[in-house]
Design a protein around this ligand. Structure first.
Ligand SMILES: C[S@@+](CC[C@H](N)C(=O)[O-])C[C@H]1O[C@@H](n2cnc3c(N)ncnc32)[C@H](O)[C@@H]1O
Length: 199
């Protein structure tokens, strides 16, 4: 809860996103005020675990990228440096990842599976949010399976919609939790975060 509050009170992050959105030629495609949704859970986990390497597949504008690099920035100030890698097939993805946030991460452009195959560092937190077809998601997990550090966690952005991360966790003797997003006073039922971890 303290990390959720820390994020909510991060005026520098909110101002950064608002400024980048308003200056972008795609401004009409984005909310003027940043709404973090379930990415708050990603932020809190990055602050708790203090990972060396975080990968997020699927960057889009870079809202998740900004939250994660903001968490890494704070971890670094506390003596736990870390780096963010996003993957995206869209060469224009990630326009929010600028200024100081860019010092804590980068986007690997191209098909996510290909970028993951070429990735050679141990991954501490892996977030799946690219191509949301169930088979593609499962293939991402199989691709990074041997690149995970011993205590790595995997977060699935589509775990409300399919059982790929649950089944991956069962297959490799990992634990699985589901964090449910519940939008207040809204018709949308919300999505959530699948969390796969070891003990
Ligand atoms: C839901 S958006 C990501 C949102 C982002 N994670 C966030 O929280 O702000 C999905 C992104 O996945 C990208 N994508 C779709 N298929 C992909 C693929 N095969 N490889 C890499 N990226 C892909 C799309 O270009 C899009 O930007």
């Amino acid at each position: 809860m303290a990390y959720f509050a820390e994020l909510e009170e991060d005026e520098a992050l909110k101002n950064h996103i608002q400024k980048q959105v308003s200056q972008s030629k795609w401004a009409i495609m984005a909310d003027k005020t940043a709404r973090f949704g379930r990415r708050k859970g990603w932020y809190a986990l990055v602050r708790i675990i203090k990972p060396g390497i975080v990968i997020e597949t699927g960057v889009d504008k870079g809202l998740g990228a900004c939250l994660i690099t903001s968490a890494l920035m704070k971890n670094t100030a506390e003596g736990y440096p870390g780096h963010y890698y996003g993957t995206d097939i869209n060469p224009k993805a990630g326009y929010l990842l600028t200024d100081n946030y860019k010092n804590y991460g980068e986007v690997l452009y191209g098909d996510s599976i290909e970028s993951l195959k070429a990735f050679q560092k141990p991954i501490d937190i892996f977030i799946n949010d690219s191509d949301h077809s169930a088979d593609y998601e499962a293939e991402e997990y199989e691709t990074i399976k041997d690149k995970l550090s011993p205590a790595a966690i995997i977060l699935g952005d589509n775990s409300h919609g399919n059982d790929k991360l649950l089944n991956f966790s069962i297959k490799y003797q990992r634990h699985f939790l589901f964090f449910k997003e519940q939008p207040a006073n809204h018709w949308c039922p919300g999505e959530g975060i699948g969390i796969s971890f070891t003990r």
